[in-house]
Design a protein around this ligand. Structure first.
Ligand code: NDP
Ligand code: 2IT
Length: 481
């Protein structure tokens, strides 16, 4: 990268440049199975056998299985009803061709996905991701996490996820529109406000939701506002939805700190990414008194010791869709940019990975610990590798998993569905109050559940078990589903 203000980065792993690939297999399935409870090992073996090569999906299933062993001991009825086997098999998986033509008339073919994972608690709910690395494993891991995250919110939503191996970066608005229209031409038959309700994720924001919602409306001849969330305010969207994931993550971190008698006040914070989640996490952390000294994108990171200028970051990354080097160029001498390299090199007390899966590995965790980190919370989905999670926890760092810490986005999506169903529109302040309340309830549920299973302070155990039990109890009540 040669943008003004960028310096070559000395050491540290270079992140994948395709925008969302993650670092590849983060677990050894054989070793993992050996460490599992005897009732759960066969469940994991079956997941590996039936989903060969799907490393991210295996990793996310393992993360849940490792924590629910004590629940299965306390509730043998779950094992008898083969609940874990059922819960790790999606209800429905849709894979489809997405043909479209670019501005020069060249034809492209992408692959679209929607994995409808679990509808025990409500319609399938979860985002769509457009990134070149999207494949069945990525969509399934995201769908699986979504099931428990959504349950944890306490809202009536099941779990699903979808997307395509399409890269919107560098594409014109007209190309993105044609892609979205083609994608929805196939997907629409599987959606409905009572059936399956997508939203955004990496590479899918308000622009893409607009094109897809517009195509859904044309095909079905229905103004079915509740069929997608993350809409614009003038066409059925809800206030705070755009900010909700990042804001929710900041509120969750604030709760984690309060529990330890700490606060964000004056603390240095590093955030990875500079997309929807990262930018709004930065904004709220700074409003709550923290100082965000670094953020990144897939091309590199910036170190801005005085605190990131959020208005400038929004302009560069959200409005202009430019590279992070442009932020450095406009910020002048105050910030330094590093092409490639890892944002986790920057000393901080609080780290918020808000970019993509497996982006914070053991080496980065070690560096964070050496630099004095006290709290890590996941704004992204599964950004921390299992080795890194272990290392952080052994070092006494408070660790908030994405299932809890980034649940504010989908929770506010459920609030958008509620407003759509009642043809109502709430104020910003009222909606943010609801978000704060929901994040506080999730935090309390994690802690209470963890404590009741003898693992106080363990947010991973608390989040997985609390989410799992809500889904499992509903599935038992609904018969053999
Ligand atoms: P966006 O597409 O808005 O932003 C993604 C950001 O991450 C971009 O800045 C992108 O850089 C950066 N990025 C991607 N890969 C890397 C990498 N390897 N290293 C450094 N930066 C990288 O997506 P979102 O902000 O919506 O999503 C981010 C994460 O949050 C994902 O894990 C998503 O699943 C999760 N999430 C999103 C929710 C939402 O409501 N949107 C809700 C809950 C979780 P570049 O600009 O170069 O592409
Ligand atoms: O991972 C997630 O929770 C999201 N991408 C948001 C899903 C939603 O339906 O709002």
């Amino acid at each position: 990268m040669s943008s003004a203000g960028y310096e070559p980065e000395a050491a540290s792993a270079t992140l994948p440049a395709d925008g969302a690939s993650g670092a590849g297999p983060a677990i050894d399935p054989r070793a993992a199975t050996e460490g599992l409870d005897e009732r759960l090992a066969p469940v994991f073996e079956a997941v590996i056998r039936r989903n060969p090569g799907e490393a991210e999906f295996h990793q996310s299933v393992l993360r849940v299985l490792e924590t629910v062993a004590p629940v299965v001991h306390r509730h043998p009825e779950y094992a008898e009803a083969k609940l874990l086997e059922r819960i790790s098999e999606p209800e429905r998986q849709i894979i489809f061709r997405v043909p479209w033509s670019d501005d020069s008339g060249r034809v492209h073919i992408n692959r679209g996905y929607r994995v409808e994972f679990n509808s025990a608690l409500g319609p399938y709910k979860g985002g769509l991701r457009f990134a070149p690395s999207v494949n069945a494993s990525i969509v399934k891991f995201l769908g699986f996490e979504q099931v428990f995250k959504n349950a944890l919110t306490g809202m009536p939503i099941g779990g699903g996820k979808g997307g395509a191996d399409f890269d919107p970066r560098g594409r014109s608005d007209a190309e993105v529109m044609r892609f979205c229209q083609s994608f929805m031409t196939e997907l629409h038959r599987h959606l409905g406000e009572q059936t399956d309700v997508p939203a955004g994720d990496i590479g899918v924001g308000r622009r893409e939701i607009g094109y897809m919602f517009g195509q859904y409306k044309r095909i079905t001849n229905r103004y079915e506002s509740g069929v997608m969330t993350g809409k614009g305010l003038s066409w059925g969207g809800a206030r705070v939805r755009e900010e909700a994931t990042g804001y929710g993550c900041a509120y969750f971190v604030a709760e984690m700190l309060t529990t330890r008698g700490e606060s964000l006040g004056g603390r240095r914070v590093a955030v990875s990414g500079s997309g929807n989640v990262a930018v709004h996490a930065i904004e709220k952390v700074q409003q709550l008194g923290g100082r965000v000294v670094a953020c990144s994108d897939s091309s590199g990171y910036v170190h801005d010791p005085d605190g990131i200028d959020v208005a400038l970051l929004k302009e560069v990354k959200l409005a202009e869709r430019a590279r992070i080097g442009e932020y450095v160029r406009r910020r002048g001498r105050r910030a330094r940019g590093f092409a490639g390299g890892s944002v986790w090199e920057v000393p901080c007390e609080i780290a918020l990975p808000c970019a993509t899966q497996n982006e914070l590995d053991a080496r980065a965790a070690r560096r964070l610990v050496d630099n004095g980190v006290i709290t890590v919370a996941e704004g992204a989905n599964m950004p921390t590798t299992p080795d890194a999670v272990r290392l952080l926890r052994e070092a006494g760092v408070a660790f908030g998993p994405g299932m809890a810490a980034n649940a504010g986005g989908v929770a506010t999506s459920a609030l958008e569905m509620q407003q759509n169903a009642s043809r109502d529109s709430w104020s910003f302040d009222h909606t943010e109050e609801r978000l704060i309340e929901i994040m506080s309830d999730i935090h309390a549920a994690c802690r209470e559940t963890a404590a009741s299973y003898g693992a106080p302070d363990d947010y991973v155990t608390g989040a997985s078990i609390a989410g799992f039990q809500r889904v499992a109890d509903a599935m038992l009540a609904l018969g053999l589903v």
